[in-house]
Write a protein that binds this ligand. Structure first.
Ligand SMILES: [Zn+2]
Length: 92
């Protein structure tokens, strides 16, 4: 009888461990997705790896740019600190 009870307790502990172990993994998914979505939304400037100029994401030169040369920047300062020069057309 006592052995049966301890097995039951063990099963309960394992279930609890599984549940609590799985819960953070699930709740971690959402902040990550939110961070990715925010990162995509916060890209306002696009640098050109070839010319070392940066543009507003809406600039027509960005649309014409080779996707391989695109460098995303969240802020103007970030682009300048990376050595990029503001585009003379869109004046970011
Ligand atoms: Zn531009």
């Amino acid at each position: 009888m006592k052995k049966h009870l301890s097995l039951l307790l063990l099963a309960l502990l394992l279930t609890t461990a599984l549940l609590t172990g799985a819960a953070p993994a699930i709740s971690n998914l959402n902040p990550d997705q939110t961070t990715l979505a925010n990162a995509a939304e916060s890209v306002q400037y696009i640098g050109n790896l070839n010319t070392h100029k940066f543009h507003y994401a809406s600039c027509r030169y960005v649309a014409a740019m080779n996707p391989a040369n695109k460098v995303p920047f969240a802020t103007r300062d970030e682009a300048i600190q990376a050595g990029y020069v503001p585009c003379k057309v869109c004046r970011p």
